[in-house]
Design a protein around this ligand. Sequence first.
Ligand SMILES: C=C(O[C@@H]1C=C(C(=O)O)C=C[C@H]1O)C(=O)O
Length: 364
Amino acid sequence: MSEQELKALRVRIDALDTKVLELISERARCAQEVARVKMASLAEGEVPVFYRPEREAQVLKRVMERNQGPLGNEEMARLFREIMSSCLALEQPLKVAYLGPEGTFTQAAAMKHFGHAVISKPMAAIDEVFREVAAGAVNFGVVPVENSTEGAVNHTLDSFLEHDMVICGEVELRIHHHLLVGENTKTDSISRIYSHAQSLAQCRKWLDAHYPNVERVAVSSNAEAAKRVKGEWNSAAIAGDMAASLYGLTRLAEKIEDRPDNSTRFLMIGNQEVPPTGDDKTSIIVSMSNKPGALHELLVPFHDNGIDLTRIETRPSRSGKWTYVFFIDFVGHHRDPLIKGVLEKISQEAVALKVLGSYPKAVL
Ligand SMILES: C=C(O[C@@H]1C=C(C(=O)O)C=C[C@H]1O)C(=O)O
């Protein structure tokens, strides 16, 4: 390509950037107007709701439907995710608590869902994320709920039994683990590998094959593992990209998770009910009396109405020995007439039924 051609193309890109800039600014002014309208239409004593997850899901879906390339749908939606995040911050900067410390996959999930224009607050434990939301110190919390290799995150499920919380969104993240070392690490003398217990479990076969005799040390998070390695010469950590760049570690081996599709699902928790988008999921907790056929009775209404169950999990109820609660996720919104009917039917048979929330299916 000649210098001349290159120059002409750069002139075109500059002109396009000017247009993109103007359009983004116009969009941001529109969002400010939306905020003004939301404030003006408040009834007395009503609190304004700036963040509208159902609307954001629609915006992203529309972008993906209309996108004609060459950028892929996910890439394009990611860009719009950030534009929306900045527009919303003009209306109200969201405060989001997540399972920390900085550099965890939960932080990456929070950024994927809310974008980067939020004030984020790392918490030391899942229960603390719930408490921070309950206390009103933040607008939303982000917690892991299940991993495709290792199953349920029990701390999260149990926290739902103790707190009244509304689920207002979900996000899925592909989890890639790397073996990380610091600049002082002697790579042929590694005698200890730090990581979170879940991550060690997700890389069990790889570790058995490559480091069978090395001590595996479970610590409170992958980010904590990365932090420890920084100051030691004989240890390595298993953690993801965010922790690697945060602590300046290098990858001795990449993508060492046993299953290539290893993914974790995270939930956004808050106090705000989300209206239907037409493509939603609902999470409920149900306890049944301890009698034969109770689980069958619980599932029949879903089957009879052709409702797609996406997940069922059992946990001890904590209110009696050998009694259980069921966590159930299914497709649909609790305001849909069909779902309403099913929930009424279940509540006739159940000891207790709690709707944890209906929320848009993950778009990204
Ligand atoms: C602009 C609005 O407020 C927020 C910002 C949005 C956006 O930038 O598109 C979408 C939903 C809300 O979270 C709105 O409610 O439409």
